[in-house]
Design a protein around this ligand. Structure first.
Ligand code: KIV
Ligand code: ZN
Length: 515
């Protein structure tokens, strides 16, 4: 018997980007969207078009670049937001407008300052208006898991009548519990007279670590769309993770009455790309995409797996894209092969100069590192693709001294808005000395909130990938840098974070205020 389709709605580029410090440039969003498209994600929420001109451009660029997935923009339930979303999506092969309003007593009273009948009226108006631009409209009840059941039934029925084809029930604050949340979805579907005219969707946050469990329980009770993100990225503790939902459904066919259209072999590459772009590392024990997810440490397990894989493995590593870490390029690879491979990874250079610069960096890297993997290429391009960020600070040269028994010292030459400036400083280690030297020039007034180093591939010649998170006046940015020398990678990451801090404009948060 054929199963129902479970629609996978990815919101890495919208809710994922709401993680503090996870903001992405337009080009980065397009690269991620291309991988999601290859993975056969059904709907890609590309952003919140009204938030800023940059967000609008990013939604528009994703809408232009993606052909096989539906591209969606979020919009509050107001005409200005909806018109902006429609404008950004106008070139999409297939588009969706996702409009929302809060429905819980606490949100209606304190955030919206509206009475429940006004909220229904506004929601209906918004859906009706959105339908003027597209027949694919989704309506979300923000904070649904703390909303009153009867009120949800009323507003959902009205919005379906107004033309919403998808009704999304978010667990905005991660308050849901699997049994109760799933039952609520089932009861909504049973009680709303026109429920059969819409797809019911869920969007769960992970504040109690239950986002995936809540989403899957909803699927058992009739939800046919799940909103999720790569690596579970998202506001606060994140959203339900795409890879866990998809692999649970694929692995437990006996339990879930649905199937997804996802090509799971793109899961690990997508996870790496998102981690690389956002600078949010994946914890080693993360299900499916963590470095240890398929590693068997104990002798008993290893012995079992060697005798018969299924003794300890419920999924095949290669089915989710592990082992794609193959040698792709080397010192003798030419420009055409380099360009072609990057195009396969979703990277298209805007100008011949960008390609030349990236290729020069590739040659430099290939001199230091014999085997170049996809991950190395992605890191290299993240370094190059900084045209949108602007480069107020650029590393020209550096020298660090580190010797047992003596104080580490760094000498750094930076190009600052085109002018060379030299400086030096001592520190508790070579990285600390380098950052102090940079700060002597930049005097940024930022606070270092996070410093992390990861090896991109294996082996001691691997590139170190560094993330630096800086905060200033409540604004948080992440910078990334990669190099075979981790002190150089650290300096690149620090400068990248400073450049982002200098150039990014503030954006409106979709859920921060009234409509
Ligand atoms: O968490 C939430 O409620 C949201 C909505 C805007 C869908 O992100
Ligand atoms: Zn959300």
């Amino acid at each position: 018997m054929s199963k129902d389709k479970l629609i996978i709605f990815d919101t890495t580029l919208r809710d994922g980007e709401q993680s503090p410090g996870a903001s992405m440039t337009r080009d980065e969003k397009v690269r991620i969207a291309k991988v999601l498209e290859k993975m056969k994600v059904d709907v890609i929420e590309a952003g919140f078009a009204i938030a800023s001109p940059g967000d609008f451009d990013a939604v528009k660029a994703v809408a232009n670049a993606v052909k096989d997935s539906t591209v969606c923009s979020l919009a509050r339930a107001v005409e200005g937001d909806i018109a902006r979303a429609a404008d950004a999506l106008k070139n999409a092969a297939s588009s969706r407008i996702h409009t929302f309003i809060a429905t819980s007593p606490i949100h209606m009273k304190y955030k919206l300052k509206m009475e429940p009948p006004q909220v229904i009226e506004q929601a209906v108006k918004a859906v009706t208006y959105a339908r003027q631009f597209t027949d694919n409209v989704e309506f979300s009840l923000e904070d649904a898991s703390r909303s009153e059941f009867e009120f949800m039934c009323r507003i959902i029925e009205a919005c379906i009548n107004a033309g919403a084809g998808t009704i999304n029930i978010p667990d905005t604050v991660g308050y849901g519990e699997p049994g109760q949340f799933g039952e609520t979805i089932g009861k909504l579907i049973q009680n709303i007279p026109n429920a059969d005219k819409a797809v019911f969707s869920v969007h769960c946050h992970n504040d109690l670590g239950l986002a995936v469990a809540n989403s899957l329980s909803a699927v058992v009770h009739g939800a046919r769309q799940v909103e999720c993100t790569i690596n579970g990225l998202g506001e606060r503790a994140g959203n339900a993770s795409l890879e866990e939902i998809v692999m649970a459904v694929a692995t437990r066919k006996d339990v879930f009455p649905v199937e997804t259209g996802i090509d799971t072999r793109h899961i690990v590459p997508a996870s790496r790309l998102v981690s690389n772009i956002t600078g949010f590392p994946v914890q080693p024990n993360k299900a499916i995409v963590g470095a240890n997810a398929f590693a068997h440490e104990s002798g008993i397990h290893q012995d079992g797996v060697l005798k018969h894989r299924e003794t300890y493995e419920i999924m095949r590593a290669e089915d989710v894209g592990w082992n794609t870490n193959k040698l792709v390029m080397g010192k003798h690879s030419g420009r055409a092969a380099f360009k072609a491979r990057l195009e396969e990874l979703g990277v298209v250079f805007g100008t011949p100069e960008e390609l030349n610069e990236a290729f020069a960096r590739f040659k430099e890297l290939a001199d230091k590192k014999h085997e170049i993997f996809d991950e190395d290429l992605q890191a290299l391009v993240s370094d190059v693709n900084s045209t949108e960020v602007g480069e107020t600070y650029r590393l020209k040269s550096m020298e660090v001294h580190s010797k047992t028994g003596s104080t580490p010292h760094a000498e750094i030459e930076l190009m600052v808005a085109g002018q060379s400036q030299r400086t030096s400083a001592d520190g508790s280690g070579p990285v600390d000395a380098s950052f102090k030297a940079i700060e002597k020039i930049a005097q940024s007034g930022t606070d270092l909130q996070l410093y992390s180093v990861n090896a991109i591939t294996s082996g001691t010649d691997s590139q170190g990938e560094v993330t630096v998170r800086l905060e200033r006046d409540g604004r948080i940015v992440n910078g990334n840098g990669a190099d075979t020398d981790i002190v150089v990678a650290s300096v690149k990451a620090y400068l990248n974070a400073l450049n982002i801090m200098m150039s990014r404009v503030e954006r409106a948060h979709p859920q921060s205020g009234g409509v």
